[in-house]
Design a protein around this ligand. Structure first.
Ligand SMILES: Nc1ncnc2c1ncn2[C@@H]1O[C@H](COP(=O)(O)OP(=O)(O)OP(=O)(O)O)[C@@H](O)[C@H]1O
Ligand SMILES: [Mg+2]
Length: 393
């Protein structure tokens, strides 16, 4: 009879599965020495009783922004000075109130309760920083998710005008190119005192990252060089995303294990590709801001229903014009009980969805009026519909 012991021990070619989990951060992050150094220099003044400049860190998904920041933070906090770096995931703490609430409870340790007015939380924070002469660097990861981000930046910057001792500075992180443009000019100049850009990884760099991780995650010699080369090349061709490359490797390992193979080969990476691509799309959709999810939902409903434009006998199948897509978005909002945003916002959502590769957006050629654009889904309409309905249920 099968025992749990057997099941637990049955890791096959894996030596340490944990090393491939999304939360794992290796001690050394290959090809990010320069970026880590810049970050360290940026926050170092706090260790010498001065206010570091606010910083903004931009880079495409999977370029190591979160990992490098956390790694710097660990070393910074190990210095045990009058300075603290605090990581806040703005996907969860997505408003000025929530961020300041968290600082109250986790840095100032003052046991704030939900419902306390913002002014009270603010005063407690200011008093605590001043009394302890503390320099706080708040890492706001995925800062684009904060709803009232201009207010947050304004408040956190203004704190310093009131402080005689200590300081608060911000390290904002985002993979959204358009985040900067949406900011109020005043918050922009506050946050962008210093800007750091993380470039996508090249295939060679991704190979090194995979090689380092394979050494920890797999038993010796369990991964073919060719398999890592292929995973690196595929990821580099897409976006230079280390997360994608690592997922390919992990999934390829699982497939090899399931087949009872003792080495991960190119064949397994090829097989892994489809399921990883699908997982990533699902993840991308699940983590979109609400209105972008609805926009995408609107397009899939339209596609399932068939475009009016298409019915008029135009050549294009499953390609929609922006007007009908906006109408469908408005209907979808009604259906989901959410108040719709203006057409101007909507056009930004489409832009974002295009950037993320979830739709393709093409400008109309000559002859079609003004701002009309053509929109096409890149992923299965039915799957999107089911997924978004699940999210909103
Ligand atoms: N230089 C590197 N060396 C080793 N692993 C890396 C490196 N860069 C990224 N990774 C790994 O790739 C994955 C993605 O990295 P990370 O989460 O830091 O990306 P990100 O830039 O924050 O992406 P996103 O914009 O999607 O949040 C993580 O599992 C991380 O451990
Ligand atoms: Mg990140």
């Amino acid at each position: 009879m099968l025992t749990f012991e057997e099941l637990i021990e049955k890791n096959g070619i894996f030596a340490d599965l944990n090393a491939l989990s999304p939360h794992y951060i290796p001690d050394v992050l290959p090809h990010r020495d320069g970026e880590i150094e810049t970050l360290m220099k940026g926050v170092a003044p706090a260790l010498k009783d001065a206010r570091p400049k606010n910083m903004f860190l931009y880079g495409k998904t999977g370029t190591g922004k979160s990992s490098c920041s956390k790694s710097v933070m660990e070393r910074f906090n190990a210095m045990n000075r009058n300075a603290i770096m605090k990581y806040i995931n703005c996907r969860i703490y997505d408003s000025r109130y929530k961020v300041i609430f968290k600082i109250n409870n986790e840095i100032c340790k003052c046991d704030a309760k939900i419902g306390y007015p913002l002014s009270k939380l603010y005063e407690t924070m200011v008093e605590w920083v001043e009394e302890n002469n503390m320099h706080i660097v708040v890492v706001l990861d995925e800062i684009d998710m904060v709803k009232d981000v201009d207010d947050l930046i304004y408040t956190m910057t203004r704190v310093n005008d009131e402080l005689e001792r200590g300081s608060i500075s911000l390290l904002g992180i985002s993979n959204r190119l358009y985040f900067k443009e949406r900011l109020d000019p005043r918050s922009k100049s506050s946050l962008y005192e210093k800007e750091i850009v993380f470039r996508p990884y090249t295939a060679n760099q991704l190979y090194d990252i995979l090689k380092q991780r394979a050494k920890i995650a797999f038993v010796e010699d369990a991964v073919d060089d060719a398999a890592m080369n292929l995973a690196a090349a595929l990821a580099a061709r897409e976006t230079g995303d280390a997360r994608y490359a690592l997922k390919l490797l992990q999934k390829a390992g699982v497939i090899a294990n399931e087949n009872g193979d003792t080495r991960v080969s190119e064949k397994h990476v090829e097989m892994a590709r489809k399921s990883v691509d699908e997982d990533l799309v699902i993840e991308a959709i699940s983590t979109l801001p609400q209105h972008e999810q609805i926009a995408l939902y609107g397009i899939s409903l339209l596609q399932l229903k068939g475009s009016a434009y298409g019915k008029l006998g135009e050549n294009v199948e499953d390609v929609f014009i922006s007007g009908e897509v906006y109408d469908s978005y408005m209907n979808a909002c009604k259906r989901l009980g959410v108040s719709p945003r203006s057409a101007r916002w909507f056009s930004e959502y489409l832009h974002d969805l295009d950037m993320l590769g979830l739709i393709t957006l093409t400008a109309s050629g000559k002859g079609v009026r003004g701002q009309t654009r053509f929109i096409k889904l890149t992923y299965d309409a039915m799957k999107i519909k089911v997924l978004v309905e699940k999210i909103f249920s």
